[in-house]
Design a protein around this ligand. Structure first.
Ligand SMILES: [Zn+2]
Length: 341
């Protein structure tokens, strides 16, 4: 494996300030930057802003113009929880661009894999609408960019607490991008039922695992073993992207899930293993949500450790695998026409 594991981040993304008391606060990224400051063995890549052409792989010009018009303005409210400050547009360009820098370096063989520590997050952003703390859909832009670069099949694995409605909608009719999401359900944003499996040519390329509150490591690990790994393996992606949200951690103030670092470790390892099988190890993670600072730091560490081959298997700390019976049966029923499960 060439290169090692990369981290890409940029302190200019701290300038995005959605307002006093907002959970998606600059401290989230500051904590990661401070924590990784002394980390050795990581390749540091310099972030760059995404170009207009790159954003346009997902977003129409009117959406890009709308976000751009917020630059330098004290406050623009896009919806009740999605707001900008003067530096938000630049931060959003860097957030999308950070993942592209990482994907570029991985494709070039300069690094093996890596993590983009960014904000604002992206997976709720629709093609034509900012939403849920998200301005541009970072992971969707990267998937579309990889496709444009000739990568045949891209898998996006989204373990954020919330359903990535924007990512699903960007690719729901596209058979070349597999979108897999675990999420608390019913919950914000309301989408992500097991029966949402993609449309037209994309049927079977959307895989939703809508979890009730209080699922922990054991349920998530079982879902990876019985549903996610088999489906991604059959899809055989040439590149794996992870929407790494740490708001399903047991400490998160917005969520009701019980995942611990042991769970994130197992999920990250599963993604790394899948990338090894069909994608020559090519896997890139991007920070989505997560509102407890320790949870973000520890989850990021677990993800990086799995990428660096430092994973050590450990038993689940929380959860009961039997509690997943009903929901996994439902996902199996929804997906059985498309995959052998
Ligand atoms: Zn989230």
């Amino acid at each position: 494996m060439a290169g090692g594991t990369a981290i890409v981040t940029d302190a200019r993304m701290l300038a995005h300030d959605p307002g006093r008391g907002h959970p998606e606060r600059p401290d989230r990224l500051r904590a990661v930057i401070d924590h990784l400051e002394d980390a050795r063995e990581l390749v540091r890549l310099e972030a760059r802003p995404a170009t207009r052409e790159e954003l346009a792989l997902v977003h129409p010009p009117a959406h890009i113009d709308r976000i751009a018009a917020s630059a330098g303005r004290p406050r623009v409210m896009f919806d009740s929880d999605t707001a900008t400050s003067p530096g938000s547009y630049q931060a959003a360009l860097l957030a999308a661009g950070s993942l592209l820098v990482l994907c570029e370096a991985i494709l070039a063989g300069e690094v093996a894999n890596g993590f983009a520590a960014v904000r604002p997050p992206g997976h709720h952003a629709e093609r034509d609408r900012p939403m849920g703390f998200c301005l541009f859909n970072n992971v969707a832009i990267a998937a579309a960019w990889l496709r444009q670069r000739g990568v045949e099949r891209v898998a996006i694995i989204d373990w954020d607490l919330h359903h990535g409605n924007g990512t699903q909608h960007a690719f729901e009719a596209d058979p070349s991008v597999l979108y897999v999401s675990t999420h608390q359900y019913p919950f914000y944003p309301g989408t992500g039922a097991a029966e949402e499996v993609g449309v037209g040519q994309g049927a079977g390329r959307t895989v939703n695992l809508p979890f009730p509150a209080a699922f922990g490591d054991a349920e998530y690990i079982r879902a990876f073993q019985e549903i996610i790994t088999p489906i991604v393996r059959q899809f055989a992606p040439a590149f794996v992207l992870i929407s790494a949200g740490f708001d399903c951690d047991h400490r998160d103030p917005l969520g009701s899930m019980q995942v611990t670092p042991a769970g994130f470790s197992a999920m990250a390892k599963a993604c790394v293993d899948l990338a090894q099988e069909s994608a020559a190890g090519r896997v890139a993670a991007i920070l989505e949500g997560g509102y407890d600072l320790r949870a973000i730091i520890e989850g990021t560490d677990e993800t990086l450790d799995a990428m660096r081959g430092k994973h050590t298997a450990r038993p689940p700390v929380t959860g009961d695998p039997r509690r997943a019976d009903r929901i996994l049966a439902r996902v199996r029923a929804a997906q059985s026409g498309f995959w052998t499960l």
